[in-house]
Design a protein. Structure first.
Length: 290
């Protein structure tokens, strides 16, 4: 199947088709029965995908790491929108960078929560993400040491921002244009819904509470590109330079978007294959019913 779909060479495809026909002839299985087997196999695969990605998935970034051991939401993005429900654990609001590192820079750094690349580019060229960090009102500095502020009114709160790369322009170097902080701070231990809609020349970030009530939006302008819908998913990541000083955990619900991406990817694959045949001005006879 890999050679059949990926190769542009005629003889490779013809060999794949001939092999499939020979298997059918030698086993005595007719085309209609093969179709039934294929359909049942696809349904079984789809059921496994639903079971694998449905429901709540929790991830933990361990100390001295930037990302969790396994990030389950791996896939392509071929749509105008990405969406996820996320709940940050209390440890996301209590981390302290040790004095051995640049605490001023690392405590102020934005950690990545959820998003996707766009324009069929790497995410350090074009991407949109929600980012987070602990409330800055709950600590202060003495030299390079971080001091917790007792009875902080924002204890257990998380700051959220819209964060976008635009044709290699870095968001942390363009505060106010490619990095826009939400006025709303979120609570740890509660579910929030994060949606990013990618338009032709801008991306709109929507923040909803656990009851799907819209809390706030932010809009970031970016370059126009033809393949703005195309990209890959981006997930849970701590820091930029400094790794996590302690365990940082979050739970996600995003399987609906994942299933949509898989189905869309399958559809696009079929279109790409048939368009290859059209480009070469020939038909592709798979030996089945028309």
């Amino acid at each position: 199947l890999f050679f059949f779909f990926s190769s542009r060479r005629r003889h490779t495809r013809q060999r794949s088709v001939s092999w499939a026909r020979r298997c059918v002839q030698e086993t005595g299985i007719n085309a209609e029965y093969m179709g039934i087997i294929k359909m049942k196999s696809l349904l079984a695969l789809f059921a496994l995908i639903v079971l694998a990605y449905a429901g709540e998935k929790c991830y933990t970034i361990h100390p001295d790491n930037h990302w969790p051991p396994w990030w389950g939401h791996i896939g392509v993005k071929i749509s105008d929108s990405v969406k996820a429900r996320v709940k940050l654990d209390p440890n996301a609001a209590t981390y302290v960078i040790p004095e051995t590192q640049d605490t001023h820079r690392c405590m102020g750094s934005w950690n990545k929560l959820y998003g996707a690349s766009r324009c069929a580019s790497l995410h350090h060229r074009d991407s949109d993400r929600f980012v987070f960090r602990r409330a800055r009102s709950c600590y202060r500095f003495e030299g390079n040491k971080v001091i917790e502020i007792k009875d902080c009114k924002d204890a257990g709160k998380i700051e959220i921002a819209a964060y976008a790369y635009d044709d290699y322009l870095k968001p942390f170097e363009h505060n106010g244009t490619l990095l826009k902080e939400f006025k709303t701070m979120i609570d740890v231990g509660k579910w929030y819904t994060y949606v990013i809609n990618t338009m032709q020349t801008e991306s709109v970030f929507f923040l909803y509470d656990e009851n799907e009530k819209l809390l706030e939006t932010q809009t970031i302008k970016h370059r126009e590109c033809y393949f703005r819908r195309w990209g890959y998913m981006l997930g849970f990541y701590f820091g930029g330079e400094c790794p996590a000083p302690q365990e940082i955990s979050a739970c996600y619900v995003f399987y609906q978007m994942r299933i949509k991406n898989i189905l869309t990817s399958y559809y696009i694959t079929c279109l790409l294959y048939t368009s290859d045949a059209a480009d070469e001005q020939r038909g592709v006879d798979l030996g089945g019913r028309r």
